[in-house]
Design a protein around this ligand. Structure first.
Ligand code: ADP
Ligand code: ZN
Length: 604
């Protein structure tokens, strides 16, 4: 029987962490008893530890089923750097290579073997038979939601895992996912036969992520303005189409950023290279379709931008969750509007499956409501995952904005009377252009001669657009559906125009952030030019060097958080490093002296 102390000793020795996270403890205890379990934990919550640590503590082999080769490679590199024997099997390997891996397993030192479901359950079954002759302590099914067609990320190969219990009747199964959707959860339980398994559901809160959602008005300008606050940091920008990713990456490059696009249209070679460059911090901004990110464990992604409405909250949450895995403050920005909802609703149709189409459409509506809402965003997100947040979070745009009601009747009259004067129906943007006195060609001579042409020149386009949208939302103006929506007056519009109704609008007034202290201990931001920042830069270049020589991504050598701790704790000896987060025994041996030397040099 293992004691808690042995677990901590192992954690400290290999990972250099002082303790398990509260959510990890009960899972690991359950798994160590040889029981089945289902773990639902948000991205960044530390799921891998739930099977990696037990795997190290046990004598046999742990099989890890994972959907993506890139993710396997990353995890295996990470484990090896820590001095843990691990390998992965995939279809790109030669017979010799897989034989070598099997020999290593035969030696009994291998702790973890990563494998894709199609490979494990392949029809020929040779691999299965071979594995059945080995002592397998546990099977971990990572990204278990891929098994369910009700989830947002269905992978048919995962459904073959239904037969796992036939092939390995006595081996405990640990299923892990970040999707908490009820139908998906039930599906995982049913398909993997986990009816009697312990269920561990965790808070989905990611207090380190700051959420903002805004109407998309001038996307390039909005994106550039946002990124200007994070010039040399790592970020992901999601676009809907391949073409857009290319265009946006070009604009960012023109503005001097190290940006590249990433989408399924690139060759797999190009994709792999770009992903590697991103991981190595040679590309700072990856402008991608959703094809990018699932295989990425990079822990210092500081922001995630969505240039369009995502299809559902699960996807949005998973994508934004790629920021801040190191627990440091990070941002999620969502720009939405235009025809997002309509475009996406056509994607919601699942051929020949009306029920599932409706599920998808319902999920899209919830996403739109989230974007439009003025309530604390974290409250909405957590509520979606079945959690209640008692107080507003203080770390989202809505919490930081005071929505003041004011009498907007005059502005409403200006806008509505412009609509009234036009012979045909136009889109809102066109109305706003007239109000602001645009002389563009699309504004006809007759429109330029209107008495309302230019009466709104004192306000920005963005301001008028938001007034227009609010009039629509409040029902003072109609907007058609269809590909090119136009605005039209209704009965209530005429009441405003005749002075019979008052329109209250909510103006935004940006106020100073009222951020409350985050729940997790925050690592300090160093000021530019400070001693700490100088040390940090010096350590960062040491890390880059070490990463190059070890041929692994920089963040696997040491996280930003650990670097910062080195700067503030100023350890003197290798033994001092033991108390620095992220320094296990092997890492101290391999890299410790190099970091100490660099620290020493910056101090003289
Ligand atoms: P998930 O798979 O749930 O998205 P990961 O397993 O990738 O999350 O873990 C996210 C980050 O948290 C990783 O950088 C990992 O090293 C770190 N982490 C996990 N467990 C602990 C712990 N007990 N103490 C400190 N950091 C941890
Ligand atoms: Zn909030």
């Amino acid at each position: 029987m293992l004691h808690a102390q042995d677990i901590l000793t192992c954690l400290n020795h290999y990972w250099g962490y002082p303790d398990l996270r509260p959510a990890q403890k009960p899972v690991i205890a359950e798994v160590m008893q040889g029981n089945n379990a289902l773990v639902i934990m948000p991205t960044g919550g530390g799921k891998s530890m739930c099977y990696q640590l037990p795997a190290v503590l046990r004598s046999g082999l742990t099989l890890v089923i994972s959907p993506l080769i890139a993710l396997m490679k990353d995890q295996v590199d990470d484990l090896r750097l820590k001095g843990i024997d691990a390998a992965y099997l995939n279809s790109s390997q030669s017979t010799e290579e897989s034989n070598r891996i099997f020999n290593a397993i035969g030696d009994g030192k291998m702790k973890l073997l990563y494998i894709a479901p199609e490979r494990l359950m392949s029809l020929k079954g040779a691999l299965l038979e071979r594995l059945k002759t080995i002592k397998i302590d546990m099977i971990a099914v990572d990204e278990a939601h891929c098994i369910s067609s009700w989830g947002h990320d269905f992978r048919p190969a995962y459904t073959k895992l239904k037969d796992l219990s036939t092939h390995f009747p006595d081996t405990p199964v640990l299923a892990l996912t970040a999707t908490a959707d009820h139908a998906t959860k039930q599906d995982i339980i049913r398909q993997l036969g986990l009816e009697n398994a312990a269920l561990f559901e965790n808070s989905f809160d990611r207090p380190e992520i700051h959420y903002t959602a805004k109407p998309r008005i001038d996307e390039v300008a909005q994106l550039l303005e946002f990124i200007a606050h994070h010039p040399s940091e790592s970020g992901i920008v999601y676009c809907l189409s391949r073409k857009r990713t290319q265009e946006m990456a070009d604009r960012l490059q023109e503005a001097g950023y190290k940006a590249e696009c990433y989408h399924a249209g690139l060759s797999s070679q190009e994709r792999m290279e770009r992903q590697e460059q991103f991981i190595r911090d040679e590309i700072n901004i990856m402008v991608a379709t959703i094809a990018f990110g699932m295989g990425i464990d990079k822990n210092n992604v500081r922001y995630v931008v969505h240039m369009n409405l995502p299809k559902n909250i699960e996807g949005y949450y998973q994508e934004t969750g790629r920021a801040g895995r190191d627990g440091l403050d990070s941002k999620a920005l969502l720009l939405h509007g235009g025809g997002d909802f309509r475009t996406l609703s056509t994607h919601c149709e699942v051929d020949g499956n009306l029920d599932q189409s409706n599920v998808m459409l319902g999920k899209l509506r919830r996403m739109q409501d989230f974007a439009d809402s003025r309530v604390c965003r974290r409250k909405i997100l957590l509520q979606y995952f079945g959690e209640e947040l008692k107080e507003d979070c203080g770390n989202c745009d809505n919490c930081e904005t005071t929505f003041e009601q004011h009498d907007g009747t005059e502005d409403a009259q200006k806008l509505l009377s412009t609509v009234a004067r036009l012979e045909w129906s136009y889109g809102l943007a066109h109305i706003v252009d007239i109000l602001r006195g645009s002389q563009a060609q699309k504004i006809t001579a007759a429109q330029q001669a209107l008495s309302t042409h230019g009466i709104g020149a004192d306000k920005s386009k963005q301001h008028w657009m938001s007034i227009g949208k609010e009039l629509i939302q409040q029902g003072w103006l109609n907007q058609s559906v269809g590909k090119f929506p136009v605005v039209e007056l209704n009965g209530r519009s005429w009441k405003v125009l005749r002075g019979q109704a008052q329109v209250m609008l909510t103006a935004f007034k940006e106020t100073k952030p009222i951020k409350k202290s985050g729940k997790r201990a925050q690592t300090p931001d160093f000021e530019a030019g400070s001693d700490n920042q100088m040390r940090f830069e010096a350590l960062r270049s040491v890390r880059t060097q070490l990463a190059k020589t070890s041929n692994v991504p920089a963040y696997l050598v040491l996280s930003d958080r650990s670097l910062k701790e080195l700067c503030t704790e100023l350890p003197q000896t290798l033994a001092d490093l033991e108390s620095v987060n992220g320094f296990g025994k092997v890492k101290i041996e391999k890299f410790g002296q190099a970091f100490l030397d660099a620290l020493h040099q910056t101090n003289v």
